[in-house]
Ligand binder design. Structure first.
Ligand SMILES: [Zn+2]
Length: 324
């Protein structure tokens, strides 16, 4: 009997990175550890940290491990695994992540954009199982995206495709981290919810948001706004309806472009899926061409914050299959 081959899966975030083992045959991810990224220490130190975890995982595996795959938060050039100007990882412009990790570990290392890999993970193992055409949106601090078309991740000419958070939904709207104005990310991300809640708290100090803001020296955050919305606070509920409307606007463009069977929404803000999805659906019903309206389901993601690891498993597993 052929020994099963395991792969290493990783997901680099601005505050933490995860690393574990994956079995492409059974679709299992295990032995996952979560470690502080220490973003301030720069790419060299961080990549050495990741390489050390990868090597320890490879040594702990009962079979030979040859391949690792990791998601990183920023545009990744598909041809060579170089990260290009990631907005949330300062100092990482043009870092050859794949080549560096390969040199440090001796493994073949595949690198993808974190939201792209999460899209792949949800499509293969999560809420999008069975769908060959899928759009994934992660709504958290920022908004990222991934498009699976005919069962394959859509990468574009350079590997940068599906930056769905930077679709403009309000001309002249608030400034976005990308330098543009009125992007979906600037209006519907967790950061945008917190900013809009703070504006209401300032304008209406007697409101529920005003009272909550006074108890929080760090300022309001999206989970606090969600808690208030669930308690029936009208301003907090309004903010999530607004999130639904903006997501609906952005997704109108995306659905018209890609005709997916499923839209999967993940990220921390998806905890409030029930609060924003009615407004989102209403917006889609109002704006989608009739032919598109009934053919697309909008669902909440199933894999939580390990979707990226399952995407890495998919990427590494497909590589093993293709190179067998
Ligand atoms: Zn933007």
């Amino acid at each position: 009997m052929k020994a099963r081959s395991l792969v290493i899966v990783g997901d680099l975030g601005a505050t933490h990175f995860r690393a574990g083992l994956g079995d492409p045959e059974t679709g299992q991810v295990f032995g996952v550890g979560r470690y502080p990224t220490g973003a301030a220490s720069g790419p060299d130190r961080i990549l050495e940290d990741i390489a050390r975890r990868f090597k320890a995982l490879a040594e702990s595996a009962e079979t030979e491990v040859r391949v690792a795959a990791i998601g990183v938060p920023g545009p990744v050039r598909a041809a060579d695994g170089v990260v290009v100007r990631p907005p949330n990882l300062p100092g990482w412009d043009n870092v050859p992540v794949a080549a560096r990790l390969e040199a440090l570990t001796g493994l073949r290392v595949l690198v993808g954009n974190d939201a792209n890999l999460a899209a792949l993970g949800e499509q293969r193992y999560g809420a999008g199982r069975g769908a060959r055409h899928l759009v994934y949106l992660t709504v958290s601090t920022g908004i990222g995206g991934g498009v699976v078309a005919d069962g394959r991740l859509l990468l574009g000419a350079h590997g940068f495709a599906a930056e769905l958070g930077h679709i403009p939904v309000e001309p002249g709207g608030p400034l976005c981290g990308c330098g543009g104005r009125g992007c979906l990310e600037a209006l519907a991300s967790g950061t945008a919810i917190a900013r809009q809640a703070a504006e209401i708290a300032r304008r209406k100090p007697g409101s529920g948001l005003g009272a909550a803001a006074r108890g929080l020296p760090e300022g309001l955050d999206a989970p606090t706004v969600e808690r208030l919305a669930r308690q029936g606070d009208p301003d907090a509920r309004y903010l999530f309806e607004q999130v639904g409307r903006y997501l609906g606007l952005g997704l109108t463009a995306v659905i018209h472009a890609f005709d997916p069977e499923k839209v999967v929404i993940g990220g921390g803000v998806a905890n409030a899926f029930d609060l924003f999805s009615p407004a989102l659906r209403a917006e889609l019903n109002r704006r989608l061409m009739p032919a598109f309206r009934d053919g697309v389901e909008v669902v909440r993601a199933a894999l939580g914050d390990v979707a990226g690891l399952y995407g890495a498993l998919t990427l590494a597993g497909d590589y093993l299959l293709a190179s067998a």
